[in-house]
Every structure is written in structure tokens, then in C-alpha cells.
Write a protein that binds this ligand. Sequence first.
Ligand SMILES: [Zn+2]
Length: 420
Amino acid sequence: MQVAIKVDYIVEIPDSNIETITACFKKVLLLFLREFVTRIVNEFAIQYMNHETQPFTCTKCGSKSGFVWKTKHAKNTKIATIFGTIILCQMQVQCKSCGKKMYITRKLLGIASRRLMSVNTKKIFSLLGSLTSFRISEKILKMVGVKMNKMAVWRCTQEVGEKLEFDLDINERARGEADGTGVAINGIKKRGKELKVFVQEKITGGVRIAGLSIGKYEGEWDKLFEPLKSGLKAFESFLLVTDGDSAILKSIKGVKILFQRCLWHLPYQMKYYLWKDGVTRKTQEWYHILGEVFDITAIRYGVDDEKEIEAIVKAKSIRLESLILYCLQKGYTNSQSYLENARENIFTAFKNKLEGKTTSKVERVMKTVNMRIKMGKWSVNGALNAIKVRLAHYYNGFDPLEEMDQKEVQVFDAYGNVCC
Ligand SMILES: [Zn+2]
């Protein structure tokens, strides 16, 4: 439908400086928007009322037709848009069959009753809150003339994040990686909580997010893995690269899960356990252990011969065993038990002729998580929801702005030429 829009205001302005003019424009923006919305929604309402049936139904008797105008100037209602909050005068109609009076403005705008904003507006604010801190969100909005406080951005992020769900996609690759990162939590001193992420590899090469949870450090991995159980059953076999406790997945029937230690992480985690054992950095012992670990975990892929694979695994296993023995003799108990726990799942991918990697795909994702999560302190759910929105945007195609850009709208000047 075409609607002609005219705005007519008088501004009082002290000078013609561009700063002064834009400052004035920031003020009129919402007035213009209010006119704009009112004109368009009223025009649609008038058209609909001239039709046989209406795109709304009577809330009392369910009738889809036979409405008569009550008033175009009923009580006001408040609506938040990405440009700020506007107050609209509502239109009211009456059902001829049952006599029920109904406001139709919100129905036509697609905003539920008593809700301040539409679902997509909320998504846009949630995206902003997941891209940068809530404080900076407020500042950015203020720069372009939008009054929206940081708590409101926080609420949008929470509500949208809470509803986002992740799962495996049967059409993508049968392999995934899990990893965790620390989150500073309000009221918890020291290390806070750990945010855990599970990514599934895509056929096109990238990754998508298939799971997200928050819990204790180096614990509560079941929170991440439990929701994946049913999704995993759709695969014949699945290569799971993780350093976390994946015991919960060991008993799933119908799918062969190949557990593989993350070879990329192993040497880095080793440094942590060496530190726990009090081994001084850069000493002969420290270099010896790290050198062995780096070498044992460096695997040459593309070997096809069963016997050769067997021989390589055997050679590496012997070296690993003697490294464990070395730790035992030196009294490095943390390092020793770390290697003992890992040994079972170091060569899984290699033995199954699956390409393992000594680079981590989830590592890039964790950087995306950290860039946001390291800003400030969080509540447990607050952190989880914000990261859900953030990762859904970067990896799973969540993009409310694109949705907005795809609307088929055109603007013409007074002579009928297309302006935009
Ligand atoms: Zn009715």
C-alpha cells in the first residue's frame, strides 16, 4: 500500500551550525516517527475496515468480520522502537455480533498487548547487548538520540537469550569439540564459574554452536553433554574432541562415540599441572616433559596402512608410559594422573583413520566468548544468556538486523521517483 506522509513542524533554533541542527533533529526524530507510525497504521486500518473480513478476530466471539468503527482516538499506548519510545493514540472497533469493543492498533503493529516492544525490536537490543557491554550499549544509543537505559538492554538480552536453544544438526559433520572458559561471577571471589561450549563442525568448514552451559570449573560437564544425547543418536558414529568429563555419553545406545582428547590443549594443560606440581618453569625437567608431550601429541595424518598406524600408536604409547613413569619418580603426582587420565583418548581419531587436528576449532569460538564475557561481572544466568545471543549471532545465523533490512519497502519523492 502507498501512504503519503507529510510532517509539519516549526523549530526554534539559535544558529545554523550543523551540531545545533543535528541536536534539534535528535529531538524531532521521535515526533516524526510517531506521525509516521500513526499515519501508516491508520491508513491500513481504514483499508481493512472497508474489506469484507478483517485481519483480526473478535477476542470474545471469534468473529472475523462485521466490525464497526468506535473511535480512531481512544486511549494512548506506549511502544518502544529501535529509535526510542513513542506514544500512540489507539484505534477502537466494535464487533457487531457480540458488541465487544476492541483496540486494534497493537494488533496491526504486531505487538502483543501490554508489551512495550515487538519481538524483533527486543532481538535487536539483545544483539547490541551481546556485542558490547550494557554500559557502552547505552552510550552508543544515546549518541544517535535513543534514550534506552542499560538495564533495558540487559533485560532484552536476557529474555532473548533464555529462549535460544542449541542442538546438533544431522546434516553437518559427525564431529564436534567442547571447551570451557572462566566467567567472573558477582558475589563469588576467585575464579567464578566456567562457561562451556560445544561446537559441531560444518561441512563447509566452519563450526556451529550445538550446546552451551555454565557450571563449576572442571566439573558439571554433564550439563553440557546431557542435552546432546538424543541429537547424537541420529549419527552412526560421532568424534567428540574434549578435555571434559564425557562419562555421561559413554552409555548412549545406537551411536558409536569416539572420544578424543583435544591434542591442541594437551600441552597447554600440561603447563598448568606442572605448575601445580611445583615444577619451575624453563628448568631441564620442565622442558623435558613438555617436549615429550608436544612430540607425542604431534600426529602425522594421512597414514592409511593399519599396521603402520598400529606401529605408530605403539611407539607413542611406549613414550607416554615412560613419561608417566618419569613423573611418578619425580613425584609430580598431578602431572602423572593427568597423563594417565588422558592416555586412553589420545589416539582415537588416528586409530580410526579420522583426521584429527592439532589446532582447535573451538578455540576461535572461545575468543569470541571471552571478548564479551571478560567485560565486567555477571550473574550465572546473565552470562549464559548474553553468550547464547552472541554465539547464535556469530555462528548460527541469528541476525535480527538482516530481518529488518529484507523488508520490501520503498520511498518515493513527490514526483514519484524512487528515493530509497
Ligand atoms: Zn464478537
